[in-house]
Design a protein around this ligand. Structure first.
Ligand SMILES: [Zn+2]
Length: 311
């Protein structure tokens, strides 16, 4: 078994993972906001592991140097981790500790045990608070010179678009993400458009899941917000297929999980717009390994490092 940990913007998850990708026990809590809460979480998971453990794998947002496990750049809520070496920060009992970007660990999970098994060219996007991405190109997970490669959520889609968390303007993430969808819907409420949903008592904006639901119930504002967001996502996916020519495109993250029925029309449009160059319909599938995909893949880093498994 290995311990897999996935540090997300809102939740941190962990599991004891077997060589077949099976989860023996899983744990989750709100994302840490201090280094000591991260350390405590990993230590508590280690303590609760009643079987021998080969190592710890961590998937984390941002630019992670897989060789040293240093968090090179991490804008946003988890910024406090920037500059820390995860091996030093969260290592336990001298166990080997591996780390990589969370979308990459999700892709590792899919390649080892999920939808991408046996494939050599795969693109994975995680659609959540932001947009994460990873690519397997000719059998190799692309990392780039500094570990920042394949931040596809930060490809410029709208040249006149708004400021992104990364410092660029008009990134995919500013057009399609929970953050983008919720803030666009907030603007509709604020401007007195007809909306089925309203702010909660604390002034909180309806969740992306609620906006999806409202759209299916005929809320015109929700429909418009989602139509524009999906138009952006479609354009981005077309570009990514043209760049990577993958066998398979995998969509994960809580938006993909919340709205599979809304993803269906997108398949046809992406296929239509890529048919000339690619000459085939590239399957777009949902992440197989579900909400714990990143966790299983993070443990997969340990198995890969110890050559118990190979891609
Ligand atoms: Zn960006």
């Amino acid at each position: 078994m290995a311990i897999g940990v996935d540090i997300g913007a809102t939740t941190i998850k962990a599991a004891l993972v077997g060589l077949r990708g099976d989860l023996l026990a899983s744990f989750r809590e709100d994302s840490p906001r201090t280094t000591s809460s991260l350390r405590d979480f990993v230590h508590s998971v280690r303590k609760r592991a009643t079987v021998p453990v080969l190592g710890i794998g961590i998937g984390c947002k941002g630019v992670i140097d897989a060789a040293t496990t240093r968090v090179n750049r991490l804008p946003g809520d988890l910024n406090f981790l920037e500059g820390y070496v995860l091996r030093e920060l969260a290592g336990v009992d001298g166990l080997p500790l591996c780390a990589d970007n969370d979308a990459r660990t999700a892709l590792v999970g899919e390649v080892l045990w999920g939808a991408a098994r046996g494939r050599r060219n795969v693109v994975l996007l995680t659609l959540g608070t932001g947009v994460g991405a990873a690519a397997l190109v000719d059998g190799v997970i692309v990392r780039g010179a500094s570990g920042a490669a394949c931040h596809l959520g930060h490809v410029t889609l709208d040249i006149r678009g708004g400021l992104c968390i990364c410092g660029n303007y008009g990134c995919l993430e500013t057009c399609f993400s929970s953050r983008a969808i919720e803030s666009a819907y907030f603007a509709h409420i604020h401007r007195a458009s007809p909306t089925r949903l309203s702010l909660d008592d604390a002034g909180g904006v309806p969740s992306t899941e609620a906006i999806f639901q409202a759209a299916t119930e005929g809320d015109p504002s929700a429909r418009r917000v989602l139509d524009l967001a999906f138009e952006s996502l479609t354009a981005a996916l077309v570009s990514f297929l043209h760049v990577f020519d993958p066998e398979l495109l995998i969509l994960g993250g809580n938006i993909a999980a919340a709205g599979p029925q809304l993803l269906a029309p997108l398949h046809e449009e992406v296929a239509r717009r890529t048919s000339v160059l690619l000459g085939r319909k590239v399957p777009i599938v949902l992440q197989n390994t579900g909400g714990y995909g990143g966790v299983a893949g993070a443990a997969g880093l340990v198995f890969l490092q110890q050559r118990l498994l190979t891609i």
